[in-house]
Ligand binder design. Structure first.
Ligand SMILES: Cc1cc2nc3c(=O)[nH]c(=O)nc-3n(C[C@H](O)[C@H](O)[C@H](O)COP(=O)(O)OP(=O)(O)OC[C@H]3O[C@@H](n4cnc5c(N)ncnc54)[C@H](O)[C@@H]3O)c2cc1C
Length: 395
């Protein structure tokens, strides 16, 4: 088979890989992106419910999890959310802030994928799909790749194969294996931004609440998020749950404040004065869906009776049950539905400025394959753009 020579080969035509390829090609480098999937950009198209939450106005290092929380600072400051917003605007893509600084396309996630493909095309970076890479060898002046589409040689090799979440969309452990082949360590991986599954005793009761969403503050391991939670027929989801799942470890409890913006005890005591004959459930139903209250009271071990029959201490217990609902998840739905993979290529072995492996000249790791994981809200794409951009200036 023929040998194809390129300056740069990027493995993985996702967000980080496409962006990096375009940047490297703009510098006059000959670039090819190889991907084993038939269709590329699957995650971009699915993201943000089809509207791609492509960045966050408030993105900063605090929004990322990593064994080395400082690592992402350099790339995030060299290519910021505003740089990406500038590019989106150049392409005339309409967008809006949905909530908490999260920027979404007005129209469709396709706009972002098309923009990346156009950027690659304009700069001359080519893309080869359905390409299986079977071996990588280091040579003095670069790398040699054996693939199902022939042999390639390149000076710089960029690994942008993402994490393990959503195997249906082409996810594979390829990037971690390449890291290990070249002596880089990989931090243990686990599913992040993922719904919780429940123990049978919780599930048998809470599954009936499927579809109900509540405002809540979810807390675990000194971190908390104030957003919605959503009961599902499998367990618990919603933005606050997805966020806290990245901080949760098996066996731990998560605390939910289901009255996060007020003092439920105060509400109940004033209701007791104003309408002592009202049932507890009636008063709670002013703040929660009725179906939730009916299920929650017996589930939390609370009696429903007229407010006048509660002693002050008992009302405090009721309030505490809602302010401090402790739930021990059984687990998570895992990589099948996780939005991201926590852990990955150890940042201590990469240059934070260029993303190149410190001990392997010409080998780069970008995007989700690296041990940098964003919160929910456009941060993960921003990491893909920032890490892809910095590597694209060097590779
Ligand atoms: C359903 C869903 C919704 C999401 N929504 C958002 C959102 O709105 N905002 C946000 O910021 N983040 C979101 N994310 C997370 C975001 O999509 C990822 O963090 C981001 O796509 C990572 O980019 P990446 O380029 O590193 O990897 P990916 O986008 O995963 O791309 C990796 C590429 O590598 C290819 N590949 C894998 N293995 C091999 C191999 N062995 N050989 C060749 N090619 C290979 C894959 O086919 C894929 O094309 C979402 C994720 C999911 C799953």
């Amino acid at each position: 088979m023929k040998l194809i020579n390129k300056d740069v080969i990027v493995v993985g035509a996702g967000a980080a890989g496409l962006f990096c390829a375009a940047e490297a090609a703009k510098r006059g480098r000959s670039v090819t992106v190889l991907d084993h999937a038939k269709r590329i950009g699957g995650k971009i198209l699915m993201s943000g419910g089809g509207r791609c939450n492509f960045t966050n106005m408030y993105a900063s290092a605090e929004n990322f999890l990593s064994d080395n929380p400082h690592f992402c600072k350099s790339a995030l400051s060299r290519y910021t959310q505003w740089d990406f917003v500038g590019l989106v605007s150049e392409y005339g893509i309409a967008y809006h802030e949905k909530t908490l600084g999260q920027l979404f396309c007005d129209n469709s996630a396709k706009d972002i994928l098309n923009m990346l493909l156009k950027e690659c095309d304009k700069a001359g970076a080519t893309i080869t799909t359905q390409c299986e890479i079977t071996a990588i060898t280091k040579r003095d002046d670069g790398f040699e790749l054996e693939t199902s589409k022939g042999s390639y040689q390149c000076e710089s090799l960029v690994i942008a194969t993402g994490g393990l979440s959503m195997p249906k969309l082409g996810a594979s452990p390829f990037g971690y294996k390449v890291a290990e082949q070249f002596g880089l360590s990989v931090k243990p991986t686990r599913a992040g931004l993922v719904p919780f599954t429940l123990h049978e005793q919780d599930k048998s009761v809470l599954a009936d609440l499927s579809g109900i969403s509540l405002d809540a503050r979810a807390s675990c391991n000194d971190t908390n998020f104030n957003e919605n939670i959503l009961f599902t027929h499998r367990g618990l989801s919603g933005p606050a749950v997805l966020q806290i799942s990245s901080f949760w470890h098996p066996g731990q409890a998560v605390e939910f404040d289901l009255f996060p913006h007020g003092d439920l005890h105060q509400e109940l005591t004033s209701a007791q004065v104003q309408s002592p004959d009202s049932q507890l459930a009636t008063v709670l139903a002013k703040h929660y869906p009725k179906r939730y209250v009916q299920t929650a009271l017996p589930y939390l071990g609370l009696e429903n009776k007229p407010l006048k029959q509660y002693q002050g201490k008992q009302l405090q217990q009721v309030a505490d049950a809602f302010h401090q609902w402790q739930l021990k998840p059984n687990g998570t739905e895992g990589y099948r539905t996780a939005e991201v993979t926590l852990g990955g290529v150890d940042t201590n072995q990469l240059s934070s400025k260029t993303m190149m492996a410190k001990d392997v000249e010409g080998l780069y790791f970008i995007g989700e394959v690296v041990d940098v994981t964003g919160w929910l809200g456009g941060y993960n794409f921003q990491w893909a753009w920032s890490s892809g951009w910095v590597a694209g200036q060097e590779a």
